[in-house]
Design a protein around this ligand. Structure first.
Ligand SMILES: NC(=O)c1ccc[n+]([C@@H]2O[C@H](COP(=O)([O-])OP(=O)(O)OC[C@H]3O[C@@H](n4cnc5c(N)ncnc54)[C@H](O)[C@@H]3O)[C@@H](O)[C@H]2O)c1
Length: 345
């Protein structure tokens, strides 16, 4: 059963928005880290925005400021289930899916259903509304890649039956569905393959490497590095990624394939840990733990397509983005003790 968090007359409200000639956007997963930034951006761009979220990993706090905006509403709903009736949209963004390994592995069957049944429900809604629809896919499509950096043409190297497969294979299946809806019904689709993204509104217990390291360092705990820490990742700041989402959605022609969005600067996990210790003035040590199953050894997007066709590339480097993210977690957890000059022990 869906719960409307704000605005009771959903159907009439949807009609009213349409009559006023403003574009209406649905953001599934709108209470999450990236989803809340996207809702904020779309409201700034003049859209009426509806966030749909089951609050599995998303937080109502992420929407506090937005809920004061009369052009925003939020519906509590799980996209695995039939969507509420009366929804009318011009654009649909599907960001709904837990994204960090501890969260998506906690209920792997539901994670898989979210990508497959959830995508199907949203694709049907797009079809009924003749709406454009965007899918937040992932660099996990490439698995543990043999091609480096990864261009969109690389098919990937993914385990079908490991603990990460519910997420990786769910997202691969969702890509298949999106392109089949495009070929079968001519639906206007946009599929972004997102590489590791970090920034404000990540949750302290999110379980992804950037938030883990910053929270551990601020708490004066050891930073947990899996394996030797020589595996690489490419880290994109959230604001840059959201700009890429909007450019991809607004591109006049739908790309005939998924589009990589990420920051091509590549860092080892040890380099990241050292930077975080520096930026938090922490005396934390680095400890090593066994590598998780199927942990990718390297990740770096080839973003030539996005550069050439969307005029997009990231602007915020890792050092600048980390400084902002450390400040966010410091304020969230300790009311800004670093800014006040205190040092984690
Ligand atoms: N942040 C990244 O580095 C990254 C990288 C690759 C892909 N992505 C994709 O981007 C999207 C957003 O990721 P995020 O980092 O903001 O993660 P997040 O966990 O903060 O956000 C996901 C949101 O989806 C909601 N959700 C999950 N399952 C749902 C369901 N069945 N029905 C309705 N809502 C549901 C959650 O409550 C949450 O608000 C995800 O689809 C993720 O797979 C993110």
């Amino acid at each position: 059963m869906s719960k409307l968090i704000k605005v009771l007359k959903l159907e009439s409200d949807c009609q009213r928005g349409a009559n006023q000639n403003r574009s209406r956007a649905l953001v599934a997963g709108g209470a999450g880290f990236l989803g809340s930034h996207l809702c904020e951006r779309l409201l700034r761009d003049g859209y009426d925005v509806v966030a749909l979220d089951n609050f599995h990993t998303g937080k109502k706090n992420n929407l506090n400021a937005l809920l004061r905006n009369p052009r925003f509403m939020c519906i509590e709903h799980d996209i695995v289930n039939a969507l509420p009736s009366g929804l009318r949209f011009d654009e649909i963004y599907n960001l709904a899916c837990p994204a960090s390994p501890p969260h998506y592995q906690a209920d792997p069957i539901h994670t898989f259903k979210t990508s497959v049944l959830g995508s199907l429900n949203l694709l049907e809604l797009a079809l009924q509304n003749n709406a454009k629809i965007f899918q937040a896919s992932t660099s996990e499509i490439y698995g543990d890649p043999f091609v480096h950096p990864q261009p969109e043409s690389y098919f990937g190297n993914v385990n079908t039956h490991g603990p990460r497969s519910c997420y990786d294979e769910g997202k691969r299946s969702a890509e298949t569905l999106f392109f089949d809806y495009s070929r079968t019904y001519g639906l206007n689709i946009r599929v972004a393959r997102i590489f590791n993204t970090y920034g404000r509104r990540m949750q302290p217990d999110d379980g992804r490497v950037v938030s883990n390291f910053i929270v551990q360092a601020l708490q004066g705990k050891d930073l947990t590095v899996y394996g030797h820490g020589l595996q690489t990742r490419s880290f994109c700041y959230a604001d840059d990624l959201i700009e890429g989402f909007v450019r991809l959605m607004n591109a006049p022609n739908a790309p005939a394939h998924p589009v990589n969005l990420g920051n091509p600067s590549e860092f080892t996990i040890m380099e990241l840990a050292t930077l975080v210790i520096d930026y938090t003035n922490s005396r934390s040590k680095i400890v090593h733990r066994p590598l998780p199953i199927d942990d990718p050894r390297q990740r770096k997007p080839d973003i030539s397509f996005a550069r050439a066709n969307l005029g997009w590339e990231p602007k915020v480097g890792l050092r600048q983005g980390l400084a902002r993210t450390v400040e966010y977690f410091d304020t969230l957890l300790y009311g800004g003790q670093l800014a006040k000059g205190a040092t984690a022990s």
